[in-house]
Design a protein around this ligand. Structure first.
Ligand code: ADP
Ligand code: MG
Length: 442
């Protein structure tokens, strides 16, 4: 019910505020079913956004909601569970969807927008050389490796964008190895292995992101090995990324590892201070965000080197500045930084989550991994999936697979069920808080 009302309120908001604000602050909100028709409960991506909206927009939203449904007496904001991801403004969402559908390159990930410094300069120039003459350099395959959020995916897309533009006949295929794996499983299930394999063999430039995901997946590696050979032999370009240097990826077949090293492996290291300043400056300029020099340095000195994190902070600053029409002050920056630092994702495995949830509800862990449909078990499983979604960065598909081979829609359903249940039922919220807290103490 809350959902329907919210859908009707959204267009009013979209007319009342500017586009940027709408996309950043309001569109990501999800209406929860609070069980009380007089209360419209909106789930915000985190505490920061929740408090902010409550303070600045509570009253406006209430009056808009009352236009749609006069019986509403209160608009309530709740933060999504502990350590959920930062708000996802449009640029972010595009990036995410680009990463989940084959052949979609994010047009924002270009060489032009890639800021260079001593730690990524070499990777960028090699990437450009490959993009200028795919299949005709010594760098085949090209493997780019480095830590999280340092620009591997950006460079991979930049190559793809450049090749597509310069060579209209090129068949550029972009896929994460996770997608490759799932598409391969589907192909086996549906008896379409040939189509699967042909699809990749037709590529003239094949971009595979995060190959470390193939670790331990023997038959997928085998399939990839054959595709690799076909493309390599016909001088097609292959570019791969990994979060580890190839020699340290355990669980990849030796023959794959050795092939990955036939061409060139380049690394990207965390940006130094000057590069961080340059990155912040460039992104701020792009977003028309004016930041004074001392604040620029303050941010650069206080963020970790993960560029994704730097972007998250700028997005929040942008949202703030545009929504309040005020300048960015040091205090504001401090607040945003404090919020963001808390959001470091924890390293938690899905098995640990299963164990802790099972222990808490005193059921054998394996019942959560099975298709057991008993009601009590089903709810525990939904809670475990919910915690998995909020505390880890695993994809819906991966989570589904861990919980008895369910598909991603089951996980979405579970997350929605628990979202609304925890608002209605305090004990559910308490359980979730308690179980989640077991992980943050580690
Ligand atoms: P990775 O794949 O290494 O985890 P990404 O390529 O996804 O990292 O980069 C994270 C974010 O940081 C992206 O939005 C990307 O555009 C940005 N980014 C990374 N490196 C740079 C850079 N050198 N210049 C500008 N933006 C960058
Ligand atoms: Mg990446």
């Amino acid at each position: 019910m809350g959902h329907d009302i919210w859908q009707q309120v959204l267009p009013h908001i979209s007319r009342a505020v500017d586009h940027n604000r709408y996309e950043t602050w309001f569109k990501p909100l999800v209406a929860l079913d609070s069980g009380d028709p007089a209360v419209l409960t909106l789930s915000a991506p985190n505490q920061f956004v929740s408090d902010f909206l409550d303070q600045h927009f509570g009253a406006t939203l209430l009056s808009l909601a009352q236009k749609v449904s006069p019986s509403i007496r209160q608009v309530r904001f709740v933060p999504a569970a502990v350590s959920s991801p930062a708000p996802s403004p449009p640029a972010r969402r595009n990036a995410a969807s680009a990463a989940t559908s084959q052949n979609t390159l994010n047009p924002q990930y270009t060489f032009d927008l890639f800021v260079v410094g001593p730690t990524n300069e070499f990777a960028k120039s090699v990437a450009m050389a490959v993009a200028e003459a795919p299949g005709h350099t010594k760098f085949n395959p090209l493997l780019i490796y480095g830590g999280v959020g340092l620009g591997k995916t950006h460079l991979l897309h930049a190559i793809g964008n450049h090749v597509s533009k310069s060579f209209p006949d090129a068949e550029v295929t972009y896929v994460t190895s996770e997608e490759f794996y799932f598409a391969f499983i589907d192909a086996i299930k549906n008896n379409t292995r040939k189509e699967f394999s042909d699809r990749f063999r037709q590529s003239t430039t094949l971009l595979v992101d995060d190959i470390q995901f193939l670790v331990g997946k023997e038959s997928t590696q085998e399939e990839f090995f054959y595709i690799f050979n076909t493309l390599y032999q016909s001088q097609k370009q292959i570019i791969l990324t990994s979060d580890l240097p190839p020699a340290s990826i355990q669980g990849l077949q030796d023959r794959l590892l050795s092939r990955f090293q036939w061409g060139l492996c380049v690394d990207i290291q965390p940006p130094n201070l000057e590069t961080r300043v340059a990155i912040i400056q460039k992104k701020a300029e792009r977003d028309n965000l004016s930041i004074s020099e001392d604040i620029l340095y303050f941010i650069a000195e206080n963020v970790s080197s993960n560029i994704r994190e730097i972007e998250g902070i700028l997005i929040k600053l942008l949202a703030f500045a545009s929504i309040t029409n005020t300048d960015i002050t040091l205090d504001l920056v401090r607040g945003v930084l404090r919020e963001s630092i808390k959001k470091e994702p924890l390293k938690i495995s899905l098995d640990e989550i299963i164990d802790r949830v099972a222990e808490y509800y005193k059921i054998p862990p394996n019942t959560l991994r099975e298709k057991n449909r008993r009601k009590e078990v089903a709810q525990c499983r939904q809670i475990a999936m919910f915690i998995a979604k909020t505390l880890t960065n695993n994809s819906l598909k991966t989570i589904g697979l861990h919980f008895g081979g369910r598909d991603h829609s089951t996980v979405i359903h579970a997350v929605q069920q628990i979202e609304s249940l925890r608002v209605k039922d305090e004990s559910v919220q308490r359980d979730i808080n308690y179980i989640s807290s077991l992980f943050s103490q580690q």
